[in-house]
Design a binder for this molecule. Structure first.
Ligand code: R5P
Length: 287
């Protein structure tokens, strides 16, 4: 049985189709004090998979309640898929007095499950914080699917060094083109600065790739640089299309031609499903 989190319904349904499992119908109620109650409408059986991105505090709480409901209903073998692991970018205490936020999240998730699978966490080192077997998969190669087959001398560009491997995987999956990355310095939660690129971009098609588009500040600056360099078509691809606040508008105003991502976060640009790769990874997990 697949148990869908409140923000991962489309991906859960795709995964059910790919793994030939049923989808759990769930009732959710909120009490006047704000507390939530979840209720399964069918018995889950002895083996189940919770699929729940933690895009917000409420989504994270929903995941914990679903895990507990599964155990309460007699599930003995529980896999938790966290397609987008919230707080993954808070992977250290940046100042004295701060928590390692992702560790707190991971510990809470690990208590309710036998294993965890996530997708492109910001750093794979976050997997060490789960007290149960935890793995991640990378979907960068799948981002080649929507690309036009006739890109002109394509440049696969990462907005920072940390995303260069994603750009390389995407280029390899596409089959041609060059790979480069920009040098980024974050100035605030919404703004970044970038060193001008040495790469020749004039009249080339450029594919920007990152693990996540959050406020859009990173991509907007990279697009601005490519436009200054007279790039032709510019496409922004990401695994997790968070698109917080006015990110979509920022990218449109910066001059992007297309934006797309996967359904680890369900947005209108989520044109690629993580389900086939998640299904393979679940089958490969040692039991
Ligand atoms: C940071 O290293 C990440 O890979 C992304 O580049 C970043 O989190 C994107 O955030 P934003 O869209 O807010 O610039």
């Amino acid at each position: 049985m697949i148990i869908p989190g409140r923000v991962s319904q489309a991906l859960a349904a795709e995964l059910a189709a790919h793994t030939d499992r049923e989808l759990m119908p769930i009732k959710r109620r909120q009490f006047p004090d704000g507390e939530w109650l979840v209720e399964f409408e069918e018995p889950p059986g002895r083996e189940a998979i919770v699929v729940a991105s933690t895009t917000s505090g409420t989504a994270h709480l929903d995941l914990l309640l679903l895990q507990d409901a599964a155990r309460e209903a007699g599930v003995e073998d529980l896999t938790t898929v966290v397609p987008y692991l919230g707080y993954a970018r808070q992977d250290k205490a940046f100042e004295p007095g701060q928590p390692v936020s992702v560790r707190a999240m991971a510990r809470a998730i690990a208590t309710g499950t036998d294993r965890v699978l996530t997708v492109n966490p910001h750093e794979t080192s976050v997997l060490d914080h789960f007290d149960v077997p935890a793995r991640s998969i990378c979907l960068a190669d799948r981002l080649a699917e929507p690309l036009s087959p006739d890109l002109s001398d394509p440049l696969f560009l990462a907005p920072d060094a940390g995303a260069r491997d994603l750009a390389r995987s995407l280029r390899d999956a596409y089959g041609s083109g060059t790979v480069d990355h920009l040098e980024k310095t974050r100035r605030s939660g919404r703004t970044v600065e970038m060193e001008p690129t040495d790469a020749a971009v004039a009249d080339r098609d450029a594919v920007l790739i990152d693990d996540i588009i959050a406020t859009g500040g990173t991509m907007a600056e990279a697009i601005r640089m490519l436009r200054e360099g007279d790039a032709d078509r510019i496409v922004a691809a990401c695994v997790h299309p968070m698109l917080a606040e006015d990110a979509y508008i920022r990218l449109m105003r910066a001059g992007i031609d297309a934006i797309y991502g996967t359904d680890t976060i369900e947005r209108h640009v989520s044109v690629i499903s993580a389900a086939p790769a998640v299904a393979e990874a679940i089958a490969d997990f040692d039991r």
